[in-house]
Design a protein around this ligand. Structure first.
Ligand code: BTN
Length: 263
């Protein structure tokens, strides 16, 4: 499909300005999930930098098996193929830093990161990332990084609407989707290259600076020993969330947390 009119010029300008950027972008009117499109291409040997986006998704998914409601034209829905030599956890944090930086560059809006990689404005979600890995530890390793950005609010189900915001709602004016997409893709490609080139410490610093909730926020979760709670105490050098509990400091590498964010 030809790119939607509001994306075409910005993408063309990006590729003209940065011809060395490894990006191959495909865009569809609707797919089930861009995650499936990129994962399939990864299995078929596609190189890093493949991006598949869609105007709408009929089965968009989020973390923990949740649906990602993806109405036509209301957001940006795309997946990016990374071929990491190492480090899945840092890669997902890096992707959050990159999406945040792209949104900030294109709109001036500085979202907060919430571990591992939600983007919040005023405590409401404006964008989410989902990373799915395959064949990690082999030369064919791939990580499909899915990015969903709420550009304008749509008729979401009420449980989603309560916790969601959009770029336009947060800014109080219209937003150029193409500018956001181009800036996010540029930051994603650059951030992942610099991570591979040894930029983990700088990336973690940027992540920590953008994530006020990573320190001092009450959280709850469940593990095999039952229901747990504690206070966040930062992220370590491998990207794990540290939580101070009555039994000591726990490292959380995965799992769903309930966050009691400050209002
Ligand atoms: C989350 O916050 O739970 C992650 C949301 C990720 C949504 C994006 S939209 C593009 C890509 N395709 C999907 O099906 N999901 C991701």
């Amino acid at each position: 499909m030809p790119f939607p009119a509001d994306l075409a010029d910005a993408l063309a300008a990006l590729l003209a300005r940065r011809p060395g950027l490894t990006l191959a972008v495909r865009w569809y009117p609707e797919v089930a999930s861009t995650m499936d499109e990129v994962s399939r291409a990864a299995e078929e040997g596609a190189p890093r930098g493949l991006v598949v986006g869609a105007e709408a998704q009929s089965a968009g998914r989020g973390r923990w098996g949740r649906a990602w409601i993806s109405p036509s034209g209301a957001g940006l829905y795309f997946s990016y193929l990374a071929r990491p030599a190492r480090g899945f956890d840092l890669l997902t944090l890096a992707a959050g830093v990159a999406v945040r930086a792209g949104i900030a560059e294109a709109t001036g809006l500085h979202a907060d990161l919430k571990w591992p990689n939600d983007l919040l404005v005023g405590g409401r979600k404006v964008a989410g990332l989902l990373a799915e890995a395959a064949r990690l530890g082999t030369p064919d390793a791939s990580v499909t990084i899915g990015v969903g950005v709420n550009v304008r609010l749509a008729a979401y189900p009420s449980d989603v609407a309560m916790g969601a915001t959009s770029l336009e709602a947060a800014l109080g004016h219209g937003v150029d989707r193409g500018a956001v997409l181009a800036a996010v893709l540029e930051h994603l490609a650059d951030t992942l290259v610099s991570l591979e080139a040894g930029g983990a410490e700088a990336m973690l610093q940027a992540w920590r600076a953008a994530s006020p909730s990573a320190v001092g926020t009450p959280v709850e979760w469940s593990d095999p020993s039952g229901s747990r709670h504690g206070i966040t105490a930062g992220v370590d050098e491998s990207g794990a969330l540290l939580v101070r509990t009555s039994a000591g400091t726990e490292r959380i590498v995965a799992g769903e947390l309930v966050w009691h964010l400050r209002a």
